[in-house]
Design a protein. Structure first.
Length: 272
């Protein structure tokens, strides 16, 4: 028995090597290929790949997934989600190596050398940072600046998360859409009667919907969601530190203006 287990790896290796070299595999036609046929696994896949792609059915499943994700995420979510695809594959500060500590030091240097006006010369790859620095230069008081920058930070974070949430919704909905198509096809198949000649194409239709649903979910939508979510987390952490530093500068450089009550110098006398 021990000799058998020791020789198993050799037998498995010989069998797998023989299948790969001779082409003795079972293709979709249901027949074994001859030993000297010259066809391998890649040839079988390439010659039968058209069986797995139905452009009309794929378009219907994809359209249903995008429509349901759009309904869940909001009116402008689909435009924002597709616009975010241009930058989802890279780190937001990969080229410049910019980070929150570096930006805060640049802000302090410009403030020490030129005052608040010097903040207009600070450059950043993030347009959000440029907006808050421009508003800081022209802000009336620290309280007004803090309220504005908090609202702006929340608005930008919501927009970033909207894109990731759209693709996460698509990843969750796609398998359900595929399963609905499969169940619908099976109901239609059994309702019209089982014809052996028509059963193959009908079963192919029902199974392809589930295949397309899983493909859209796990191969397309969920990886995009992971990339966009990671990018949003990096930007949120970076912006939060810069915002806190800008608020501290506003508290030191700008004075909160108290409400002014105007009193007339010579109040009119009441007429008796």
């Amino acid at each position: 028995m021990s000799r058998f287990f020791r020789s198993c790896p050799k037998y498995l290796h010989a069998v797998c090597f023989g299948f790969c070299q001779t082409g003795k595999i079972l293709p979709l036609t249901g027949k074994f290929l001859p030993v000297n046929s010259g066809l391998g696994i890649m040839d079988i896949l390439l010659t039968n790949i058209w069986r797995f792609f139905d452009p009309i059915l794929f378009g219907v499943v994809l359209g249903c997934v995008l429509a349901m994700a759009w309904v869940q995420s909001g009116r402008h979510s689909i435009v924002t989600a597709f616009a975010a695809l241009a930058n989802c594959g890279r780190n937001p500060f990969e080229e410049s190596g910019e980070n929150a500590t570096y930006m805060c030091r640049r802000i302090d240097f410009a403030l020490r050398e030129q005052g608040l006006v010097g903040l207009e010369n600070v450059r950043s790859q993030d347009p959000f940072v440029l907006r808050i620095l421009g508003y800081l230069v022209n802000a009336k008081d620290s309280k007004d600046f803090e309220e504005w920058v908090r609202l702006e930070e929340h608005s930008v974070a919501t927009k970033e998360n909207m894109s990731a949430r759209f693709w996460f919704s698509a990843a969750e909905i796609a398998p359900a859409i595929g399963l609905i198509g499969t169940i619908t096809g099976l109901i239609q198949l059994f309702a019209t009667g089982i014809d052996p000649l028509k059963m193959g194409p009908a079963m192919s239709f029902t199974l392809l919907t589930s295949l397309y649903g899983l493909f859209i979910s796990h191969i397309v939508a969920f990886p995009i969601h992971v990339r966009l979510n990671t990018r949003a987390e990096i930007l949120s952490a970076y912006r939060a530190k810069v915002v806190e530093h800008a608020i501290d500068i506003a508290n030191h450089e700008l004075s909160a203006v108290a409400p002014v009550h105007f009193v007339p110098a010579n109040p009119a006398k009441r007429v008796a």
